[in-house]
Write a new protein. Structure first.
Lengths: 256, 55
């Protein structure tokens, strides 16, 4: 039989939680440092570039609102890939990844909703409307909360992993709905102006700080995600140790 | 309310959520580390850790 390729070998090496923890220990300070540098540059650009001729200073809300909204969808996509990893490949870290990502996704979705509301009030004249974009993002937030609650409610991690993986994949239908809601329905929310066919339509004055902030937020997500995965691995190790200790104590008690 | 107010509250919310998530990850890690140390002090170790000690 031929040797597996280097990429496959590296990927299966990561299935070993101890190896993954060693990799996280090396990786996270670099990721955190890079995130910090990008945030410094992004925040500098966010407050030194011009305001919009119509929206004035409120355009600066975009530099936190749009990255948070992108992350809310990217995080769910990472969870959906992890769910596939659980159901199809039974990768031991796939469920750890999905479980660790849910609170981070909930945090960024909450931020997207709050900053959107704070942008909506001065620009639209209202904090909230039940249009397709806002409602579908609100549903995404509820889905994150539901998945967190489900994982906490089930004691058996293997069963919880399977049930939440199925739910995550079913819920993934909401992601294209969120993305295309502004095209499929008549919404108060504006249509896409950055990731669209034909390229971005916004001025480079706003596009540059937006892209730097988007990369900074994305790196922040991955830094938090690998660190939350490390915590989840430790939590599972503790649970196994406690179970073994209880079993050993039971055997001793039975023998006496 | 002025535009600056909406911008300021948005950035405060972004900082609050970011630092909230960082605090969650950090405090969780500290608690798990402490828990593992307590188990180790009680003589409860992983099999791989036990073999490392034995070597």
């Amino acid at each position: 039989m031929s040797e597996p390729s280097l990429a496959i070998r590296k990927f299966s090496d990561l299935a070993n939680p101890t190896r993954f923890l060693a990799l996280v220990a090396i990786l996270w300070p670099w990721l955190a440092g890079l995130t910090l540098c990008l945030f410094a540059a992004g925040l500098y650009l966010s407050f030194t570039t011009e305001g919009d001729y119509q929206q004035g200073e409120t355009v600066r809300i975009m530099y936190v609102h749009v990255p948070a909204a992108w992350l809310s969808m990217m995080c769910y996509t990472v969870m959906a890939l992890s769910a596939l990893g659980t159901l199809v490949w039974r990768h031991p870290l796939a469920d750890v990844s999905a479980k660790a990502a849910a609170p981070i996704g909930a945090g960024f979705t909450f931020l997207a909703l709050v900053t959107g509301s704070l942008w909506g009030k001065p620009m639209w004249g209202t904090w909230w409307v039940w249009d397709a974009r806002l409602t579908s993002v609100f549903v995404l937030f509820l889905m994150y909360l539901g998945l967190i609650a489900l994982n906490r409610a089930m004691d058996d991690p293997v069963r919880a992993a399977k049930v939440s993986a199925v739910l995550i994949l079913v819920g993934f239908v909401n992601i294209p709905i969120i993305k295309f809601s502004v095209e499929w329905w008549n919404t108060l929310h504006q249509p896409a102006s950055v990731v669209r066919m034909g390229g971005p339509t916004i001025d480079p004055e706003f596009l540059h700080p937006l892209l730097v902030m988007a990369v900074a937020f994305t790196l922040l997500f991955f830094t938090l995600h690998i660190l939350a995965m490390r915590n989840e691995i430790l939590r599972r190790r503790i649970a196994v140790l406690r179970r073994h200790a209880a079993r050993a104590a039971g055997r001793k008690g039975g023998a006496a | 309310m002025s535009h600056a107010f909406y911008v300021a509250v948005s950035y405060v919310a972004a900082f609050a959520v970011t630092f909230g998530l960082i605090a969650w990850v950090w405090l969780d890690h500290r608690a798990r580390h402490r828990e593992l140390a307590q188990l180790e002090a009680a003589g409860i170790r992983r099999r791989s850790a036990r073999s490392e000690v034995a070597q």
